[in-house]
Design a protein around this ligand. Sequence first.
Ligand SMILES: C[S@@+](CC[C@H](N)C(=O)[O-])C[C@H]1O[C@@H](n2cnc3c(N)ncnc32)[C@H](O)[C@@H]1O
Length: 357
Amino acid sequence: MLFIRKLNCRLVLARIQGRWCTTEPTRHVPVMAKETIQFLKPRNNELFIDMTFGAGGHTREILKAAPSAKIIALDRDPVAHEMALALADKFPGQIYPILGWFSELPQKLEELGIRQRSIDGMIFDFGCSSMQFDEGSRGFSISKDGPLDMRMDKERCPDAPTAAEILAKIDEIDLARVLKIYGEEKHAKKIAGAIVEARNTIKKIETTKELADLVQSCFGSDSFGLDKLKRPSHLATKTFQALRIFVNNELNEINYGMVLAQHYLKIGGKMITITFHSLEDTIVKRHIMGNVLNDMANKLPLRYNSHIICHEQEVMETVMKSPWHQLSKHVIVPTYEEVEDNPRSRSAKLRAVVLVD
Ligand SMILES: C[S@@+](CC[C@H](N)C(=O)[O-])C[C@H]1O[C@@H](n2cnc3c(N)ncnc32)[C@H](O)[C@@H]1O
């Protein structure tokens, strides 16, 4: 029975990835797992929410530290959700997998009978998992060709527009704003102009390679970018980041996730956040400091995006005064050894706070 379930799970994974094979996807390595547990200090029988289950790296660390802890495992990605279901089989009665967005969580928790102020700890490990980044067919990868999709939950939301569909329709001015704001791309206008010209005169951009090559062509074939640590990076990195954030409504979701943590944690409950770029970190930091701006998360029109806008005035007013106490004076970054072992961790910043009000 267990064998059949495992086989089914692998086939579902393969089907979701658009290919019939039985190889496992790249396993995501959890970032700053040791530091997460040091601050979270999980204890047996406590109840946690892993808001970004992914491959379950942080959830597993909680279980190692507190073997009878209970964990609600949320992820919007059906591939990650299958992994959560498999882990729930291994730990009966301890893992509660939920498929959905942060903004859908209140409804899902109500169905489980979970009330506000009842959670001991919440983890947010933002961004994409290695399973999403490294699988060409998911359309996030600059280096592996695939359809320009970028939806974290395409099976669940087949009507949500892909990155290719957005690039086929968006006005040049709006595109430049998306690239500038969500990618912090200095050459946003130039790249937006090239994309619109290509779609009008040659063809629509449909694959990750076409987009990566087009952005590269704006600068010359020998040029390369530098990341924040001054290492060479592909010139399309910021364009890909911007589109991914836009396609998945990521900043509004993070903003709403911070509101949820304040509602669902017990007084004394802890929140750990791991961010990978300054747009994510700024939202988290503003909530922690009690300095939330109404229009902070999404300064762009969402007419290409079917998701709910989730930063209503009323909700935001309840979080203007900070109820958080910081567990560490400074932001935590990965050790040199971790960055060597897992280069994906290089831009990570961990914040740990406790709810006091
Ligand atoms: C960096 S990965 C988490 C990896 C995980 N901590 C681990 O160690 O395996 C981020 C995960 O968050 C999920 N995610 C991102 N935004 C989300 C949202 N708004 N709602 C639910 N899940 C989300 C992604 O699908 C992805 O699987």
